[in-house]
Design a protein around this ligand. Structure first.
Ligand SMILES: [Ca+2]
Ligand SMILES: [Ca+2]
Length: 437
């Protein structure tokens, strides 16, 4: 279901972006100090927002929470934040897995999947927690020979709507002919994988980025895009969700452009009712310097439909290696038509420094709607957009929101934005996150 956007709103947004730095409006009923609660808890939490997902706490009064990866004393953790108070209402820590605990996250309803990719002597596993019963946990321990299982993962609701389907990457798993990496699909937290797809000959890092599409081959099952490296070029494979078979693949044009670092399903762009794909190439050499580019491709034909560039080139601004396309996410992009495509440039300039930005584009890639960055104009974290996700929060009704994670000083940060209206919900840095005890 697309988020309704009238022409006039789009036009107004475009004017705001072009003319000046738009000062965001706050969502009513949420914290009035959108930037920060004010207290300082320096050096307690670091790397806030390194992984992000929404999760629903059930019970009599269900609550939508934000799950965010952090580190605390060098150990990986996952905090669940209440969207109104921005307080930590639950925290998960790793008994094993060290700083890598929670480096990846995914969810479905009240089920939270937490990557522990160096547990079990580097084989890796994924913790499956029901946040309504957080003391009981299960683990998916991967398949025979897996290495770094759980470094990347994603979930989609299953056909019944009550469970989940998880695609989990083990991107360093060795294979034949020096191939490395595998991805496996699970239908629940108990059993063996439904299928495993391994790296092809000469392919490494298979599974370094994952994205879910709609049902590309009309067999009733959502299909997936998985990126890897072939030689020095990036590659993206389209996998059948039903069997894991490779349906199609794309190879980057040039060595070193990091083709496939960002991936997102974008709904149907070319009108053939088949969901299409956005592929980021953040180190792509453009005419004016390295800036990055995003390619939109048809999954039915493999053809390029459009390419998106931003005005963040080296010539325009010093240090303009913006890494445009390093992360991608769309709102409502897996079924029908996407409403918006968000493109991260985590080294891009925003408000005078290279702390990164995210651009909102129309899903067709024809129109830039907004450029987003940290709302706070003082000493900010870096790499705004290093992590992108979406989830549903109860604002003035259930609303899909954009979650943006940053890195670096001030403990990292989390920025929550309502798409379509360029409205900031709030942002918080790790140094302002109050420990639960
Ligand atoms: Ca399918
Ligand atoms: Ca299509």
């Amino acid at each position: 279901m697309a988020i309704p956007l009238t022409r006039s709103i789009l036009g107004a947004l475009a004017v705001l972006v072009v003319s000046a730095v738009a000062r965001a409006q706050l969502v009513e009923g949420l914290p009035s100090n959108a930037y920060s609660p004010g207290e300082w808890y320096p050096n307690v939490y670091q790397s806030l927002g390194r992984s992000l997902a929404g999760v629903r706490l059930g019970g009599e009064k269900p609550r939508d929470l934000i799950a965010a990866g952090v580190t605390r004393n060098g150990s990986g953790r996952v905090v669940l934040l209440a969207p109104r108070s921005r307080r930590v209402v639950m925290e998960f820590g790793g008994d094993v897995g060290g700083e890598f605990f929670g480096e990846s996250l995914a969810s479905s309803g009240s089920t939270l999947l937490i990557g522990e990719s160096i547990a079990l002597q580097g084989r890796g596993r994924v913790r499956v927690v029901d946040v309504d019963r957080p003391d009981g946990a299960r683990w998916l321990e991967g398949f025979e020979g897996a290495e770094r299982f759980g470094l990347e993962l994603l979930t989609v609701p299953d056909a019944s709507g009550t469970g989940f389907v998880a695609l989990i990457a083990a991107p360093t798993t060795p294979g034949a002919d020096e191939a490395r990496g595998a991805v496996a699909l699970y239908r629940d937290a108990r059993g063996e994988p439904v299928w495993i797809q391994r790296a092809a000959r000469g392919e490494v890092g298979f599974g370094r980025t994952l994205a879910v599409l709609g049902d590309v081959d009309a067999d009733g099952t959502s299909d997936f895009a998985v990126s890897s490296i072939r030689g020095a070029r990036g590659a993206v494979a389209l996998l059948s969700g039903k069997t894991g078979a490779r349906l199609r693949e794309w190879i980057g044009d040039a060595a070193g452009d990091r083709f496939g670092t960002g991936l997102a399903g974008i709904g149907d762009l070319d009108g053939d009712s088949v969901s299409d794909l956005a592929i980021g190439m953040p180190w792509r050499e453009c005419a004016d310097g390295t800036a990055g580019r995003v390619r939109l491709v048809s999954t039915a034909t493999g053809n390029t439909l459009r390419e998106i560039e931003s005005d963040c080139r080296r010539r325009d601004r010093p240090g303009g290696d913006a890494e445009f396309g390093a992360a991608l996410v769309s709102i409502d992009g897996t079924q029908g038509t996407a409403a918006e495509l968000f493109i991260a440039a985590p080294e891009g300039f925003y408000n005078g420094t290279d702390v990164g930005f995210v651009e909102a584009w129309s899903a067709t890639g024809s129109e830039r709607l907004a450029r987003l960055g940290w709302d706070y104009s003082g000493f900010r974290p870096e790499r705004f957009g290093a992590t992108l996700a979406t989830c549903v929060l109860q604002l003035d009704g259930p609303t899909s929101v954009l979650l943006v994670g940053g890195r670096g000083d001030n403990g990292g940060g989390l920025h929550v934005r309502r798409p379509g209206s360029n409205t900031l919900v709030w942002e918080i840095f790790g140094c302002h996150l109050e420990p639960p005890d």
